[in-house]
Design a protein around this ligand. Structure first.
Ligand code: DGL
Length: 267
């Protein structure tokens, strides 16, 4: 494995760009290849069998690009179990952090909210991780199926985002949470709306930085950090290149990135 090989980053769509942003800031010398399956997003309301088939296609495609590590920049896919996705791949897979330590450090009342996709919430993984770290905590999970289509659809100026945020926030505000995790990588695109809805007494946590640290530590451990010249970012998607470019510009210096439309399914 060469240390100047690229790092693969993947998501069902543009959400993982919020993680790529942090990875690129933390590891500016690395070469990143991002894959967003924009032709088939959202994944969060699909069956486990279908999601598994899609992610295996993406990982195999990235293997063909000679990657040295793959960051699963998607909570829904991380829920499938990193070990089960690892298979015989010659590189390490890194999943999204569940952020339980950050949440417990931020929450005085130990009343914690979780915003995520239907699939992620159905696994109860975040609730279990928080309770394993502190059994006295109260966890309020909320599936937010309206968010991903609105974000992928660039509805940032539409009142629909504010309406959906208010709808999903209401029971958590009622419960008196003081910390909330955005456990879907799409949600940082609307973090400002969520923060405004909850007000200053709720700390809103994005687990991207904790995840990027896990990726960095794994590279260090495996002696794979790139010490050559400046890195690069290539953003690939399976549909709607122009839309992906616009959304990427919300997260990254898009003028320095390369963009490509790719096909994952062999014809
Ligand atoms: N961005 C993804 C996540 O972190 C999935 C969104 C979706 O496809 O439903 O969960």
């Amino acid at each position: 494995m060469r240390s100047n090989a690229p790092i693969g980053v993947l998501d069902s769509g543009v959400g993982g760009l919020s993680v790529l942003k942090v990875l690129h800031q933390m590891l500016p010398q690395e070469n990143f290849i991002y894959v967003g399956d924009t032709a088939r997003t959202p994944y969060g309301s699909r069956s486990e069998a279908e999601i598994r088939e899609f992610v295996e296609e993406i990982i195999s495609w990235l293997e063909g690009q000679g990657v040295k590590q793959v960051v699963i920049a998607c909570n829904t896919l991380t829920m499938l179990g990193i070990d089960s996705l690892q298979k015989e791949h010659p590189f390490e897979l890194i999943g999204m952090s569940k952020g339980e330590k950050l949440l417990l450090a931020a929450s005085k009342q130990k009343k914690i909210g979780v915003f995520a996709t239907q699939f992620t919430i159905s696994t109860e993984a975040h609730k279990k991780a928080i309770l394993a770290a502190d059994a006295s905590a109260e966890v309020y999970p909320m599936a937010c199926p309206k968010f991903v289509p609105l974000i992928e659809g660039e509805q940032f100026e539409s009142p629909l985002i504010q309406e959906a945020v208010s709808e999903y926030a209401a029971p958590l505000k009622e419960a008196g949470i003081d910390a909330l995790i955005l456990s879907c990588t799409h949600y940082p695109f609307i973090k400002d709306v969520v923060e405004a809805e909850f007000g200053t007494r709720v700390t809103v946590i994005d687990p991207a930085e904790a995840t990027a640290l896990l990726a960095k530590e794994a590279l260090e451990k495996n002696n794979l950090l790139n010490d050559e010249a400046e890195g690069s970012v290539t953003i690939c998607c399976t549909a709607d290149l122009a839309r992906v470019k616009r959304l990427a510009a919300r997260m990254l210096p898009a003028e320095t990135c390369q963009f490509k439309e790719i096909s994952l399914t062999k014809l």
